[in-house]
Design a protein around this ligand. Structure first.
Ligand SMILES: [Fe+2]
Ligand SMILES: [Fe+2]
Length: 261
């Protein structure tokens, strides 16, 4: 089974909206165009949060318009820059390629989408309902499980981003450690490629379709890397083959010396 992950699109309601100098809608369109023309059709797409920068329904409509009639279903979850109701209203308005599902099975793999958004906060937290949903879904004992959640669970070595991960990660690990079918946890949020293992579980994060954050930086810093996406091949034996791909060029207008956003 082949999955395409697109993350941290940070769309604006207005065409003039820019994130650190970048037209995030144009950057997304470039990435999505490359993905479709060079990599074909996945079984489904995953949009792993921070889909808007201004939390407006219109920003999500613009994203849905840009995706258009996709060649596979598009699943999504919220990030810290999202607003739950507007996210659903904007993405699910007809006609759309987006699906409002939090858990589904495809080719023997259980896919779980978690919501780590805390309104008004940059960091993430898994509420009791989310942990309960995780536990109950894992108890169904699918052969292999992919968990998707916006905020990262493992430290990535960058002081400022590691303060804004999931504050109750212990509760998450406690559940995951009691199940032997979790193969991979997939995140966005840190706007960089990340690949590490904890126990028997692989933890991945992925470049944004817009602006990148510099790895191993103590403070906020923009990285001079082009926008990108991730392809995951979820194999029948539970292994995960994955690769990150990027555009050739930096996005036009990128403010490399920004001190924050
Ligand atoms: Fe983001
Ligand atoms: Fe985020």
């Amino acid at each position: 089974m082949r999955v395409f992950q697109l993350t941290d699109t940070h769309f604006f309601a207005n065409e003039s909206g820019r994130l650190l100098g970048v037209d995030t809608a144009k950057s997304f369109a470039d990435v999505y165009g490359m993905l479709k023309s060079e990599y074909g059709t996945p079984d489904f797409y995953l949009f792993t949060g921070d889909l808007s920068q201004d939390e407006t329904t219109e920003s999500y409509r613009r994203l849905a318009d840009s995706v258009g009639k996709a060649n596979a279903p598009c699943y999504f979850l919220p990030g810290n820059h999202d607003q739950r109701q507007n996210l659903k209203t904007g993405l699910l308005a007809s006609p759309t390629s987006f699906c409002n599902e939090r858990g589904f099975i495809n080719s023997g793999w259980q896919i779980i989408l978690l919501d780590s958004l805390v309104e008004g906060k940059v960091g993430g937290y898994l509420a009791n309902d989310e942990l309960k949903f995780l536990e109950e879904t894992l108890a169904k004992k699918a052969d292999h499980v992919l968990i998707c959640v916006h905020h990262h669970l493992l430290p990535c070595g960058s002081k400022w981003t590691d303060k804004i991960g999931i504050s109750n990660s212990d509760a998450f690990f406690d559940i995951v450690d009691r199940h032997d079918n979790v193969r991979c946890v997939l995140s966005g949020h840190i706007h960089q490629a990340f690949d590490a293992v904890r126990g028997n579980v692989r933890y991945l994060a992925t470049p944004s379709t817009g602006v990148q954050f510099k790895p191993n930086s103590d403070t906020f810093a923009v990285d001079a890397q082009p926008p990108g996406f991730r392809i995951l091949n979820l194999e029948a034996d539970g292994s995960v083959k994955t690769s990150v791909h990027r555009l050739t060029n930096l996005p036009e207008g990128l403010q490399l010396l920004s001190a924050g956003y």
